[in-house]
Write a protein that binds this ligand. Sequence first.
Ligand code: KG4
Ligand code: ZN
Length: 369
Amino acid sequence: MADRIVILGIESSCDETAASVVTNGCAVDSNIIASQADLHEPYGGVVPEIASRAHLEHILPTVSAALQRAGESRSSITAIAVGHRPGLIGSLLVGVTAAKALAWAWNKPIIGIDHIHAHLYAPMLNEPALNGESVYPALGLVVSGGHTDLFVCTSPTNVQRIGHTIDDAIGEAFDKAANILGLGYPGGPVVDRRARRGDDQAHTFPVSRLDADSLNFSFSGLKTSLLYTVRGHPVGRGRDAQYPKDATQLTDAQIDDLCASFERAAVDAVMLKLDRALKQWGSFADAPPRAILVGGGVIANTRLRSAIQSWAQSNTLIAALPHFEFCLDNAAMIAGLAHHRCIAHDFDDLTLSASPVSASPSSSAHSST
Ligand code: KG4
Ligand code: ZN
């Protein structure tokens, strides 16, 4: 195989249409993201039909822009990688179909990548010092709008899930918190900004623990606790519930305090499970972990980032956190991880399909597992 491996990555699992060119699994030559946030904002969340339609419009211009920005042409591309699971099926199908059409037309190998495994690879992008030997085995954490998962990672392509959320994902909890507080969508960035100005001790929200040795997460109790604090206890149930108050009665300072206190509880819940995972590490792997690898949109959060950095330092682990542009959904993480499948000649073929669910909990990164 050539010394220079250039992968074109395509990502369309949710509401970002993204394409990227990555050389040798690390150097990001282009990272183009066509966001649909404006289209979904009025609905307070991603509307699947709107997302698929927008992907259709954006996919080819986004791929062209990624090649052009990288200064590459189809002839210099070694392989095409696409995020093919998990995600919204209509969205995934657009990316997978485009990738297969290009692979066929350009006569290139195709590699289907699990989006969650790719988030775990995001810390390696544009960080040549973080090569495999220095970080593996590693404890992995994915904190995104759809997932809150813990992993034991022994290589970029070999990851075993050891914990997951039993209800809401952490990013979803931030988005719902913002909605309850009338702060718009997506909620994570605005809650983060408001929390910086607030008092994190103003309210005591629940930090979910679950069973004493559980590595799973739960964020729905935290969300409900915030809801009742803001709107009071409801009369009636479900859609008919009537609340005595709403967020319009809050001052800016009160909203800042609620954001800070909510964020403290959410971050503490994550840190508690990292402690537990480290204590239980011996039951998952023989060699001790060298690093914590984190990916997903919520690792853009200021408080979570600094909590993980100090936690890693006190446990003598490398804190491998992605650069800001690789936290949220992007195609560079897809292309970067695909490099490792490419050097192992581990390709898919044109029967590659999209799937709304991830690989089995204990799996390697290959699509057929
Ligand atoms: O990884 P991602 O782009 O999409 C999924 O794969 O789900 O993550 C999006 C999530 C959203 O829920 C968004 O509110 C959250 O990441 N997010 C944040 C921050 N920036 C984005 N949450 C907390 N603090 C932030 N600064
Ligand atoms: Zn994601």
